[in-house]
Design a protein around this ligand. Structure first.
Ligand SMILES: [Zn+2]
Length: 342
């Protein structure tokens, strides 16, 4: 017999256990429609979101909320991969089909390439993945090596993290670090120490999934500090506003890390609206929700803001390898016109 499950299942990829998990912050009472006017005309860049797991509705909503570009880091997909082919197909989709799909909704798509920490623990497979990674990191629109780093902080994770730091150095690409959700403080410090040990300039490293306990040290050591806005957990956007109030906008960026678990692809525009409500300046909001991500990942030489800063042209009749996002009989829609469905 199956009992009714009313509990919220944590997202095992990006979720952080927290006693505060079920405390709804006050701003949840404010409907999105009530505050989307606050961010009218703003542009956003989400430097961490896993679109392969998201729907066309998400793409539409993101476009309407002002997200003009995003970065999709290579990650695990929930189901452990059993062979090299699925890695190849996944990496190919990040520079191929998914980028095309994003373009069809007016959003410029970039990605980072890497072997994620969790699957680094499958060493026979990890060895093979390391052999093919150089075939992907030099492709157009690849703006970094990521997301790499620690999960359980095992020796295998460290081994493949170090190898990929060397790869990033060789390719002159920024590094996007996934910090562990368990033992975060220790894992974050260890990730940074190892990057420095490999002679990597901290201004080329984006340390992700920060919280109040890690941010000071990350900034003090010259790294970029990225924050993931997680629904129902520690780093909600009320907390994010306080971080920005305390530390200012320099080298701080926010992202949604939305994936196949409970997450919110509109985390950035919503947080921008909340910042606006709290009296944070437009320039600070612009830096943490748009410009800083461009400056950090732009070191790859792969980001040309003229591609998206004044809107991204959409032609939904385009095809990718003969495949389009339109289904039988559908007419291509202008992206801004989603209210009426016919
Ligand atoms: Zn991620």
């Amino acid at each position: 017999m199956c009992a009714n499950h009313t509990e919220i299942t944590p997202n095992p990829s990006h979720f952080e256990d927290s006693e505060e998990a079920n405390q709804a912050p006050a701003h949840r009472d404010i409907a999105w429609n009530d505050y989307k006017d606050l961010i009218k005309g703003m542009r956003f860049f989400d430097p961490h979101i896993h679109m392969v797991s998201r729907t066309t509705d998400d793409y539409q909503a993101m476009n309407q909320a002002g997200i003009v570009a995003l970065i999709e880091p290579a990650f695990w997909v929930g189901q452990p991969r059993t062979g090299l082919s699925t890695f190849k197909d996944y990496y190919s989709s990040l520079v191929g089909w998914e980028r095309f799909r994003s373009s069809q909704f007016g959003i410029k798509h970039y990605c980072t390439m890497g072997l994620n920490s969790r699957e680094a623990n499958n060493e026979p497979l990890a060895e093979q993945v390391m052999e093919i990674l150089p075939l992907y990191i030099y492709k157009e629109g690849v703006v970094g090596v990521g997301e790499i780093g620690f999960d359980d902080q095992t020796p295998a994770e460290e081994k493949y993290y170090r190898l990929q730091l060397e790869l990033a150095k060789e390719a002159k690409l920024p590094v996007q670090i996934h910090t562990p959700h368990r033992d975060k403080k220790k894992g974050t410090e260890r990730s940074m120490a190892i990057a420095l040990e490999h002679g990597i300039d901290p201004s080329w490293v984006i340390v992700d999934h920060n919280n109040e306990e890690t941010v000071k040290s990350v900034l003090d050591q010259g790294f970029w500090a990225a924050f993931t806005i997680y629904p129902f957990t520690k780093m909600g956007n009320e907390r994010m506003v306080k971080v920005v109030e305390q530390y200012g906008p320099e080298r701080i960026m926010i992202n949604s890390a939305a994936d196949w678990g409970i997450s919110d692809p509109l985390a950035i525009p919503k947080t921008a609206a909340l910042m606006k409500m709290r009296g944070i300046s437009d320039e600070t909001i612009r830096l943490v929700t748009y410009q800083n991500a461009i400056d950090a990942f732009g070191k790859s030489g792969q980001i040309d803001v003229t591609d998206f800063e004044s809107g991204y042209a959409v032609d939904q009749t385009e095809k990718f390898h003969g495949n389009s996002i339109l289904r039988g009989g559908q007419q291509p829609a202008p992206v801004k016109d989603f209210l009426v469905i016919n």
